[in-house]
Write a protein that binds this ligand. Structure first.
Ligand SMILES: NC(=O)c1ccc[n+]([C@@H]2O[C@H](COP(=O)([O-])OP(=O)(O)OC[C@H]3O[C@@H](n4cnc5c(N)ncnc54)[C@H](OP(=O)(O)O)[C@@H]3O)[C@@H](O)[C@H]2O)c1
Length: 287
């Protein structure tokens, strides 16, 4: 049994917390505001989050694992927990979208403490007292000692957690999936918009830009990926709402810098033009 602190018990953090509780771990929830009773509806059934909740970083104590599950733009707030939670043997896993997990937390932690995680764990928090797992949860980490320990941590959790020797491909493949989500956020139209051929073609082009940049970073991405991703969007429920769209609709900040912004940044680094992702990033940032 390991001691685990989850910073950001939202949709992903709640599903992870419930999955770890189910497998017998000791979990503390680090939230920025008080939480009442929360029930997590996992695919395997409901679990009440019985974990202690702390809202004061100064009162946290060191644990074996810190799992950061805030949005990417809340990195500085998440880091306020590190001085108390992170001891000499603590590892810090970053469960966020994007490709810059290490860079985002480099100002706050030594590089060897950070384990980046590709998180594909569909979930939502429809009300303050309820978190719902929307599909099978998958996480991928880089191979190595920390990655192996992370995989072990999730044994019997019901989540598919694996280590890979090619983490670069794992995160860029996920970014290719996320990049066209900006179209939904700009139009405030759910996944069904990709049945429109012009919107679908724009999505393919945004994915191709992301692929070109990802390949320059060393990711292995097959030519058929844009069509595969579009086929997935078209097979999904038409009323599905991605997090960028949900955040814009709710007037919350959006993770556009970690998503389309990253495509543009890494594109500049390699001299690869990314005009569609750049326009999306500029328009969403301006909102
Ligand atoms: N949800 C999904 O289906 C999904 C799937 C794949 C990847 N992801 C990625 O996973 C990450 C987390 O997403 P999410 O959907 O779980 O977001 P979320 O539901 O918004 O949860 C984030 C949580 O972090 C909390 N938080 C923010 N600052 C904090 C701080 N300083 N201390 C403690 N807690 C803090 C928020 O608190 P408040 O409640 O006060 O706002 C919220 O509860 C993102 O990078 C997202 O892109 C999400």
């Amino acid at each position: 049994m390991s001691t685990i602190a989850i910073i950001g018990p939202g949709a992903v953090g709640g599903v992870i917390a419930a999955s770890l509780l189910k497998s017998g771990h000791e979990v503390t929830l680090c939230a920025r505001r008080a939480m009442g009773d929360v029930t997590v509806s996992l695919l395997s059934g409901d679990i009440k989050l019985t974990s202690p909740v702390t809202t004061d970083p100064a009162k946290a104590i060191a644990v074996d694992w810190v799992l950061v599950a805030t949005k990417a733009y809340d990195a500085a707030g998440a880091a306020a927990w590190f001085p108390q939670l992170v001891g000499p043997r603590t590892r810090v896993a970053i469960l966020q979208n994007g490709v810059e997990h290490r860079e985002r937390f480099a100002p706050y932690l030594a590089a060897e403490k950070i384990l980046p995680v590709m998180v594909d764990c569909p979930g939502e928090r429809p009300s303050p007292d309820r978190i719902v797992q929307r599909g099978p949860g998958k996480m991928v980490v880089p191979a190595g000692a920390a990655g192996a320990d992370f995989v072990q941590l999730f044994a019997n959790s019901g989540l598919d957690v694996s280590a890979t020797g090619d983490f670069t491909t794992a995160v860029w493949r996920k970014l290719c999936l996320n990049a066209p989500g900006a179209i939904n956020a700009l139009l405030l139209k759910p996944t069904g918009v990709f049945h429109d051929e012009a919107a679908a073609q724009l999505a393919r082009e945004m994915i191709r830009e992301c692929m070109a940049v990802g390949r320059a970073e060393g990711a292995i991405l097959e030519d058929a990926l844009p069509d595969q991703l579009l086929a997935g969007f078209r097979a999904a429920p038409r009323d599905g709402i991605n997090s960028l769209h949900a955040d814009r609709a709710a007037g919350r900040p959006m993770e556009v810098d970690a998503r389309n912004g990253a495509v543009v940044r890494f594109g500049r680094k390699h001299g690869i033009p990314t005009p569609r992702n750049e326009m999306a990033a500029i328009l969403l940032a301006a909102m």
